[in-house]
Design a protein around this ligand. Structure first.
Ligand code: 5GP
Length: 194
């Protein structure tokens, strides 16, 4: 299966993924590429593949990225080989991307399972983004503006999971339940990439 976890910055996608890593071992969590500079504590090849813009655009031109999108002035993209390699090995592949990327994945792999991770409210999202102190005030405001637009796109997803403050376990178990239900489908969703 190809599972796309999307939703606004600050919704808790990273925390959810961290928990999903503890589950079934047959999972691949894609390390995506970005031109955003690393935050303190982030490691190249673990959190992201950090690239300069020229290298990123070269990969994009060479169709080495399954999808790519600009978010708050920076490029982000999914390395195609990582996804196809893991799918060919029979693993479940998880993508943690913003909503334009999810839309692209929907169009190229309609069988992907799209999960939207939502905050309980914009106020809660704003509080979380401010608390993590990874963005300066201008960037924080930009991310909140983008988040408001992203929240309007929830209708395009297969599932919406709300990640309330202090209720990460519930969000994770709902996502595990979605994965379990998808695996019980009589007609499995088979993702085929060109
Ligand atoms: P951040 O700068 O907070 O790490 O990421 C900004 C947004 O870009 C987040 O919503 C994150 O999930 C998303 N993102 C990360 N990698 C990719 C990618 O490869 N493609 C797309 N479309 N979005 C990504």
């Amino acid at each position: 299966m190809l599972i796309v976890l999307s939703g606004p910055s600050g919704a808790g996608k990273d925390s959810v993924i961290e928990e999903l890593r503890k589950g079934d071992g047959n999972r691949h969590f894609v390390v995506t590429a970005t031109t955003r500079p690393p935050r303190p504590g982030e490691t190249n090849g673990v959190d992201y593949i950090f690239l300069d813009e020229a290298t990123f655009l070269e990969m994009r031109r060479n169709q080495e990225l399954l999808e790519s999108a600009q978010y708050s002035g920076r490029w982000y993209g999914v390395p195609r080989s990582q996804v196809s390699g893991a799918l060919n090995e029979g693993r479940d592949v998880f993508l943690k991307i913003e909503v334009q990327g999810a839309e692209t994945i929907r169009s190229i792999a309609p069988e992907a399972v799209l999960v939207f991770l939502a905050p309980a409210s914009v106020a809660e999202l704003a509080r979380r983004l401010a608390q993590r102190r990874t963005e300066d005030p201008a960037e924080l405001q930009r991310r909140l503006d983008i988040a408001r637009q992203e929240l309007e796109q929830v209708g395009r997803y297969d599932y919406c999971v709300v990640n309330r403050d202090g209720c990460l376990d519930q969000a994770v178990s709902e996502i595990e339940a979605i994965i379990a239900a998808e695996k019980c489908r009589v007609e499995p969703r088979r993702v085929v990439l060109d």
